[in-house]
Design a binder for this molecule. Structure first.
Ligand SMILES: Cc1cc2nc3c(=O)[nH]c(=O)nc-3n(C[C@H](O)[C@H](O)[C@H](O)COP(=O)(O)OP(=O)(O)OC[C@H]3O[C@@H](n4cnc5c(N)ncnc54)[C@H](O)[C@@H]3O)c2cc1C
Length: 600
């Protein structure tokens, strides 16, 4: 509801903040924040992805950054309404510094700022050629020897990586690398995205046959080019593959398929990378200034070492190697693991007449897709949200506006509602012996994803097969060994198997750094992903942001990009802006470079 009083109060508070910033009075500025307060900055002031918690951290950041960033100005976004509910005034803002324009969001409680989000959306003087700045395409008039658009593209493609080195090399051309490539193209950052697979989209095509996205279409759009209105809610994997391939082409991403990165080394003297790649049988050395690892959080397979793996006579596959159920009708399959992939794979195998057993070693968070869509995502990412005027950008920024420290508090009631709504379902599931959890603190799916990117299944039907016994379940049991023809559990239970699928997840992305650069550099940058929440698989100390993602790392000129489609879309902007600023030689001053607390 529009409330002019609330708007006036919010603007008055921002005016006082602007004055304190102009006066370089950091103490006064920080006192405009509540005792419990958060300032999340995406590149605008910190040239980092950083949440400051508490007045002291805010004052420290301002003291360090303000000279470089000034003049800084925040004001209400006049296109948006200011809302007041439960004693909190919420408002969209526009923000400007010396180098960038952006926006954000503020929540005000008892007259002081509780949460503030500031984001860079464009660099001054380096705005994207969009809207009124879009290229003409046709050059009207007559000029001898001019090149067509296509000829220019061909020339660029011919020179890049040979006569001209890219400023940025993106290793990995899945959805992450492709979205980043599109942003770099728009920003005029010289780049190549390489992938060892033959076609953009093969990352999805090569996954198991039954896979459909678990997240709905409204959550999944790529930058610049949203899916059309007839796009399925949960896109089948091959459709996503085709979309990525089309997108790569029309967004003019400089994409080298069938190109394997063999190794990379940072040349301190020349301040550039030396990256050896094999492209269609030819070995090339590329010399980019920056390297982005977009090699996928779900790329480095975790396969547990189990005694007897060399003795077992049947097939063994990691879930990423399992293409589908077709050849397993009538066969006995043991799937180790009980998360998304395990459930999807078990269900598809059962549909094709296999005898399937799922081995659950630790508890899993289960949320039914319908409930998640309605209660968890519906306000931001749904047809209902779109009908109510919600845009993808606004939804992304709303999500970003909640500091991670308090996000779990907002999620707990959501999952309490889901638990209540689906109480009978959960009761039946637990009655089978299935070990269920809602995260260490009851905060459910998103927090588990942000903290550890594992440990959940969005139920699209497989749970019913567990409940009615169609998928056999062995829960809470460790595996002793594999015999020639069975998986043997520690309690002596033998599970005869023709195929064992290890749906056991993936390792940290810095494992790729160890493989391609060195263990030393992998240790220098440390673990990738997680918040330091001190919950299962996300050890403390608290870090406030996801480790190493989309921001400067301890290794100069080395970056990580990835995540789900929502994150790839949203955070590719901030990563691209950071790279653009460096290409243009802007005086980038990074605040609060993250410390390394865990190696992997
Ligand atoms: C089964 C499954 C279901 C998922 N469902 C969803 C979902 O519904 N919604 C969602 O948003 N996310 C989902 N995800 C998570 C995530 O979005 C996907 O894993 C997605 O593919 C990640 O994109 P990416 O670009 O970060 O990495 P990837 O798609 O894994 O791409 C990484 C690329 O790097 C390449 N590469 C690696 N090493 C090299 C090298 N040395 N040289 C050259 N290339 C290299 C690989 O070939 C690969 O193509 C799912 C993941 C899995 C495994």
């Amino acid at each position: 509801m529009t409330d002019t009083t609330a708007a006036a109060r919010a603007q008055a508070l921002l005016d006082r903040l602007n004055r304190a910033l102009a006066d370089r009075d950091f103490a006064a500025a920080s006192r405009l924040f509540a005792d419990e307060c958060y300032w999340r900055d995406l590149v605008l002031l910190t040239w980092n992805i950083k949440t400051l918690e508490g007045q002291e951290q805010i004052a420290d950041m301002l003291a360090a950054q303000l000279d470089a960033a000034a003049p800084v100005h925040l004001s209400l976004d006049e296109r948006e309404t200011v809302e007041e509910a439960d004693g909190v005034v919420s408002a969209w803002i526009v923000a400007e510094t010396r180098h960038a324009r952006g926006g954000g969001h503020v929540r005000i409680r008892d007259g002081r700022i509780w949460t503030l989000l500031t984001t860079a959306q464009e660099l001054k003087g380096h705005e994207e050629p969009l809207g009124t700045r879009r290229p003409m395409g046709a050059e009207h008039g007559i000029r001898r020897g001019r090149q067509t658009w296509q000829e220019r593209r061909q020339q660029e493609a011919g020179e890049l990586g040979r006569e001209k080195q890219p400023f940025v090399l993106v290793i990995g051309g899945g959805q992450g690398g492709i979205a980043l490539g599109a942003r770099l193209r728009q920003l005029g950052v010289s780049h190549i995205v390489i992938d060892r697979q033959a076609r953009p989209g093969d990352q999805w095509r090569n996954r198991y046959k039954s896979l459909c996205l678990h997240d709905p279409v409204w959550y999944d759009h790529l930058p610049y080019l949203p899916f059309p209105d007839n796009w399925p809610v949960f896109a089948p994997k091959d459709k996503i593959g085709d979309w990525l391939e089309m997108y790569t082409r029309v967004m003019e991403v400089n994409y080298w398929p069938s190109t394997n990165c063999l190794n990379a080394r940072f040349d301190e003297d020349r301040q550039e990378w030396e990256v050896t790649v094999e492209r269609g049988g030819e070995t090339l050395v590329l010399r980019p200034k920056h390297v982005v690892f977009a090699t996928g959080m779900s790329g480095k397979a975790n396969v547990p070492k189990i005694r007897g793996q060399d003795v077992f006579l049947g097939e063994q596959q990691h879930s990423s190697q399992h293409h589908g159920p077709d050849s397993y009708a009538g066969k006995k399959v043991v799937v180790i693991g009980a998360n998304n992939s395990a459930h999807d794979i078990c269900a598809a195998l059962w549909e094709h007449g296999a005898d399937v057993t799922m081995v659950q070693r630790s508890s899993t968070h289960i949320v039914r897709s319908d409930s998640l869509m309605e209660i968890g995502l519906g306000d931001l990412y749904s047809e209902r949200a779109v009908a109510g005027g919600m845009t993808t950008k606004k939804a992304d920024l709303t999500f970003a506006s909640l500091p991670y420290r308090i996000m779990a508090d907002f999620q707990v009631p959501v999952y309490d509602r889901i638990r209540e709504r689906d109480a009978e379902f959960y009761r039946q599931l637990e009655a089978t012996g299935f070990m269920l959890d809602f995260g260490d603190d009851g905060s459910g799916l998103f927090m588990k994803y942000l903290r550890r990117a594992s440990g959940y299944y969005i139920d699209v039907g497989a749970c019913d097969l567990v409940i009615d016994g169609s998928i056999k379940l062995q829960a809470g049991k460790e595996i002793s060994h594999l015999s020639e023809n069975a998986v043997v559990l520690e309690d002596g239970t033998e599970l005869p198997a023709d195929l064992v699928v290890y749906a056991t997840g993936y390792g940290s992305m810095n494992g790729w750094v160890a493989d391609l650069i060195s263990q030393e550099v992998a240790d220098k940058v440390g673990k990738v992903w997680g918040l330091g929440s001190d919950t299962t698989k996300d050890p403390g100390p608290w870090e406030g942001e996801q480790r190493n993602m989309w921001k400067p790392t301890q290794q100069e000129a080395l970056w990580f990009h990835g995540g789900n489609l929502h994150q790839s879309r949203h955070y590719s902007l901030y990563l691209a802006l950071q790279l653009k600023a460096r290409q243009e030689g802007l005086p980038v001053q990074v605040y609060g470079l993250q410390q390394v607390h865990h190696l992997r």
